[in-house]
Design a protein. Structure first.
Length: 201
C-alpha cells in the first residue's frame, strides 16, 4: 500500500506503476467517498424533497449543476434547530465552503459533516444499537450496567474503546481515563481522522 498526499499524486503514482510494472503489478487506486456538509438552522419549510432545488435557486452565484448536491437527511438539535446534511463532490464543496448559504429568509452556516456512530448499548463505535451484538456497557465507566445506573465519579471514568485498543496494542497504549462520550477520546479522534482521509476533499 502506498499513501499519497493528493489526488494528483495518486494518479501520477498509479500511472507510473502501470507504465513500468504493468505486466507484474496492478495499481488500484482506492475510491474516496464524496464529502458531506451540514447546513445549520434551516427553515421549517425546507424538506428533503425541496432542499436541493431551493439551494440551487437561491444561490445562483454558485452555478450548481442539478446533480451537484444531494440532500441526505435532516436532524434536530437542542432548542429544536434543524440541520440539513447534503452530499456533494469535492469541487462543489469548495464552492459552498467559500460562501454563505441562503435558504429561505435565512443565511445558514455550513461545515464539513464528519460523524462516527456510537452504539447506545455496548458504547462501541461504528454501529448502531439496532445492530448491536455486544453486552450492555456503561459509556462512563465501561461497567456492565446502564448509564442511568452508574455511580462512578468523573476521575474514575474509563473508555471501553480505548481499553479495547490498548488490549491489542500493548506497545503503543493510549489514555483510557475518560468516558466514551468524550469528544476528545483518542479512539474517536482516530476514526474521524480515518474518515477524513477516505473522503475526496
Amino acid at each position: 500500500m502506498i499513501a499519497a498526499g493528493s489526488k494528483e499524486e495518486r494518479e501520477r503514482i498509479s500511472k507510473s506503476i502501470t507504465e513500468k510494472c504493468g505486466k507484474e503489478l496492478e495499481a488500484k487506486v482506492q475510491e474516496l467517498r464524496n464529502p458531506r456538509l451540514v447546513i445549520y438552522n434551516i427553515p421549517e419549510d425546507i424538506t428533503l424533497e425541496n432542499a436541493t432545488r431551493t439551494i440551487r435557486e437561491q444561490n445562483l452565484e454558485l452555478q450548481l449543476e442539478e446533480d451537484a448536491i444531494t440532500a441526505k437527511f435532516i436532524y434536530r438539535m437542542k432548542r429544536n434547530a434543524r440541520n440539513l446534511v447534503v452530499e456533494v463532490n469535492s469541487h462543489t464543496r469548495k464552492q459552498i465552503m467559500n460562501t454563505r448559504m441562503k435558504i429561505g429568509w435565512v443565511i445558514c452556516n455550513v461545515n464539513d459533516y464528519t460523524h462516527v456512530n456510537r452504539c447506545f448499548i455496548c458504547s462501541r463505535f461504528n454501529h448502531r444499537h439496532t445492530e448491536c451484538r455486544g453486552e450492555e456497557t456503561c459509556p462512563l465507566c465501561a461497567g456492565n450496567h446502564k448509564l442511568r445506573e452508574c455511580t462512578t465519579s468523573q476521575n474514575e471514568y474509563k473508555c471501553i474503546n480505548c481499553v479495547t485498543y490498548n488490549k491489542y496494542n500493548r506497545s503503543n497504549t493510549i489514555c483510557t481515563n475518560h468516558s466514551s462520550l468524550d469528544k476528545n477520546c483518542p479512539s474517536l479522534q482516530a476514526l474521524l481522522m480515518k474518515h477524513k482521509q477516505n473522503t475526496d476533499y
